[in-house]
Design a binder for this molecule. Structure first.
Ligand code: F3S
Length: 755
């Protein structure tokens, strides 16, 4: 469980010199994000004044964290790398696969049975390769990372989009796909486009019903779900230093909802206090020794417009609580206007379920403040008027709040404590609804509220607010309630105004935990066997992809000419396919089933050139594969946009597609294709897309002299016996051409470490 203090000492010993060198090259003061980024350049990356939003730069992150749904493919790939151990400290967290149904105990027991083989696999791989393993029930990845591993000035990547939560402790923490995690664990550099910077100046101080969640709810309203794309959001100003580290974590966590690369706070006394209370006084002491390097340069504070691409300012003294939603986290309504908004929009006012906790909002502070509202309400003869659930973020939080009586407080009003896991936040919620089409309202202290996110029902209107507001609304039973001004009738018919919440930033008696749920890896894992049942439906060991045969590719059949938007969701759908994330063969049965076939405008219906019949994309591809026939996929603009899901690149590679030829690629997907040894090509002349006919066969020529910047050619053989040759571009550099030739980037790593 122990964090790696030697690693942190090393980072801190190099930080001042690296920052000084960067300051010299840029010849100006630095923001905090810049300091951390420059201090984490990969050793072979030359230091220069990188252009924001333009240059791709190689980094050496300090840590990797993975959650159980994404860790499966990340680790299956890592197993192929041939390394005896991970190159940087890494952890696995079992939080996504636990379904919330009855309550913590039963739900956890059920998950241990249903997911046994996945958990056993993750545990044994972790044991073998030196990865810390957090068992089911130990907690949610981001809360556990904040409590144990995040440190000011550090850099980490995690296979989950809310990884930026660690920014609450001053760490650059970025969500990535499993293939990226695999690279960093194998000791390879990690590439990121040098980000833009958004500065958010916080002045004043919060009080009363307002809490840290309201800051990010306000920011989401200002910047919208796309406003942070490609940017690091840096919070600064005396207001930023005025509230807890866990509150800062909440804000950084939900920065994912504005599309930010990550969010960040500067090191301050609140972070020092949190580090000390979570048994890391030694890190606080080290950080205090280099404090000025863990904050932006003073000139940045004085003149923020000069150093950030965009600056927002917020006076915390005037901030009121917000309620965001439904269906999108950036529809922000101040609580004083909520009643009006509910009426105007026809949102169902009756609140059916109020859910607090999750990785976003389950700190001791959140829970103690929410419990104070419940206690106040009970003492005044009030009770809850909706269902009420509490999801602790970690066993340490759960154990401590139980010891301090808060769980009792919640249970006294019918609150149900769920497992320390994602549960209703990721749709792992067996909600009891008699009519799934009935419009209904829930409110959570979580982060996402897209349609179907929590309970899979399109009819559910999900709102997001602070845990304090969610708790107050559970008592009121309506989302048209403003606890600052509205009174409630108690059991004696009296009109009652709730007291403002009261709580503690940190537990006065300290944190406590009996069994945190951590399993340390074997000192020497070389003898640990990783067991995967060959008949498993959920896990499958990967076999290396075949090397390039050394010749041009001839006789490729057209599998599909995709029309319009083709995101990673169209290429590899989520939902029910989530359970196959560790089984490449099974999950490949969703390959491109969401893409629209240009020739018949249908999804999952393509012509099999061998039989002339139409069938599903994966099934058709499998028949080509069985006949030893290679294929090509043709696509439109921005092919592969969306998530960094590597399955979208691995599935076609696995099923025998040899090339993806499109008008343009989304960058991450293009890189993923290259990593898996696939040819990703673009039309030199986009109109050539129109030349592709349903019965075409293709040759890709020029591969024997494949070189950076040199176009390739594709010969299109039409069914009528004619053929034409078109030019196609690629963006492969020397290194990536080697990946292609070796069959995949992993094959090169494997050879290197087996040599
Ligand atoms: Fe889990 Fe929801 Fe957080 S899915 S990691 S609790 S955002």
């Amino acid at each position: 469980m122990a964090f790696d203090i030697e690693m942190i000492k090393k980072v801190y010993s190099q930080l001042p010199d690296k920052i000084a060198a960067a300051r010299k090259v840029l010849n100006r003061p630095l923001t905090l994000a810049e300091k951390i980024l420059f201090a984490h350049l990969s050793p072979e990356q030359a230091l220069e004044a990188f252009e924001r939003g333009k240059n791709y730069v190689n980094f050496a992150p300090d840590r990797v964290a993975m959650q159980d749904a994404t860790a499966q493919m990340a680790l299956l790939q890592f197993m192929q790398a041939g390394r005896p151990k991970v190159a940087v400290p890494s952890t696995v967290h079992c939080d996504h696969l636990i379904q919330a149904k009855v309550g913590a105990k039963e739900d956890l027991a059920n998950a241990l049975t249903v997911n046994k083989e996945v958990y056993d696999f993750l545990a044994s791989v972790s044991d073998k390769y030196g990865i810390g393993f957090w068992k089911p029930g130990a907690g949610i990845i981001h809360q556990v990372v904040l409590e144990n591993y995040a440190f000011p000035g550090g850099m980490m990547i995690g296979t989950d989009s809310h990884t930026p939560n660690a920014g609450g402790l001053g760490m650059i923490a970025i969500g990535v796909g499993g293939a990226d995690a695999c690279d960093v664990m194998a000791g390879l550099p990690w590439e990121l486009k040098w980000p833009k910077l958004i500065g958010i100046k916080l002045t004043g101080k919060m009080s009363g019903w307002t809490s840290a969640k309201d800051i990010i709810l306000w920011v989401a309203g200002q910047l919208t779900v796309k406003g942070g794309t490609g940017a690091i959001v840096e919070y600064f100003g005396e207001g930023a230093d005025s509230f807890s580290a866990t509150g800062k974590g909440t804000i950084c966590n939900m920065g994912a909802e504005i599309g930010a690369t990550c969010s960040l706070f500067a090191y301050d006394d609140k972070m020092s206090a949190y580090l000390k209370s979570t048994a890391r006084a030694d890190i606080a002491e080290l950080a205090n020794g280099i404090k000025e390097h863990l904050r932006p340069d003073a000139e940045v504070y004085a003149n923020p417009e000069k150093y950030y691409d965009q600056v927002l300012e917020l006076d915390l003294s005037t901030l009121e609580p917000y309620v965001n939603g439904p269906f999108t986290p950036d529809l922000a309504t101040p609580i004083s206007k909520m009643k009006e908004a509910v009426e105007k929009n026809g949102w169902p006012a009756k609140l059916e379920v109020a859910l607090i906790g999750s990785c976003t909002n389950s700190s001791y502070e959140d829970i103690s403040r929410s419990a104070s509202i419940v206690k106040d309400a009970v003492s005044k003869g009030l009770k809850t008027n909706s269902e009420f659930t509490i999801t602790p973020g970690s066993e340490q939080v759960r154990f401590t709040i139980e010891r301090d009586g808060f769980i009792n407080d919640f249970e006294s009003v019918g609150g149900v404590v769920l497992a320390n896991a994602c549960g209703p936040c990721i749709g792992q919620w067996a909600r009891h609804v008699e009519d799934p089409s009935r419009k209904n309202t829930i409110i959570t202290s979580f982060n996402r509220n897209f349609a179907k996110r929590n309970d899979g029902l399109a009819s559910t209107h999900a709102f997001v607010a602070s845990p304090e507001v969610v708790t107050a609304m559970a008592i009121a039973g309506t989302i048209a309630f403003n606890p600052l001004t509205d009174k409630l009738k108690n059991d004696k018919g009296e009109e009652i105004l709730l007291n403002e919440p009261q709580g503690y930033e940190l537990p006065p008696k300290g944190f406590a935990v009996d069994d945190p749920g951590f399993q340390a890896p074997a000192e020497d894992g070389s003898n640990v066997q990783v067991a995967v049942d060959p008949n498993s439906q959920r896990l499958q060991l990967l076999a290396p992809f075949k090397e390039w045969e050394g010749t041009d590719l001839k006789g490729l059949k057209l599998l599909i000419k995709a029309k319009g938007k083709c995101t990673t969701d169209h290429i590899s759908m989520a939902g029910p396919w989530l359970k196959f994330r560790g089984h490449l063969d099974n999950i490949s049965n969703n390959m491109l089933i969401g893409a629209i076939n240009f020739f018949n405008n249908q999804t999952d219906s393509v012509k099999n050139q061998l039989t002339g019949e139409y069938g599903s994309v994966p099934a058709t591809q499998r028949t080509y594969k069985a006949e030893g026939i290679d294929t090509i996929v043709v696509g439109d603009e921005n092919y592969g946009e969306g998530s960094s899901r590597e399955h979208a690149a691995m599935e076609p590679r696995f099923l025998g597609v040899r090339a993806i030829l499109v008008k343009s690629f989304a960058r991450i997907h293009e890189t993923n294709l290259k990593k898996q040894g696939m040819l990703g090509l673009t039309f030199a002349n986009k109109d050539d897309y129109d030349k592709i006919l349903e019965d075409d066969t293709f040759d890709i020529v020029g591969l024997t002299s494949f070189a950076p910047g040199v176009p390739l050619h594709v010969v299109i053989h039409h069914n009528d016996g004619t053929s034409e040759t078109i030019e196609v571009n690629h963006t492969y550099n020397e290194q990536q051409i080697e990946w292609f030739k070796a069959g995949a980037a992993l094959n090169i790593i494997r050879k290197k470490f087996n040599a």
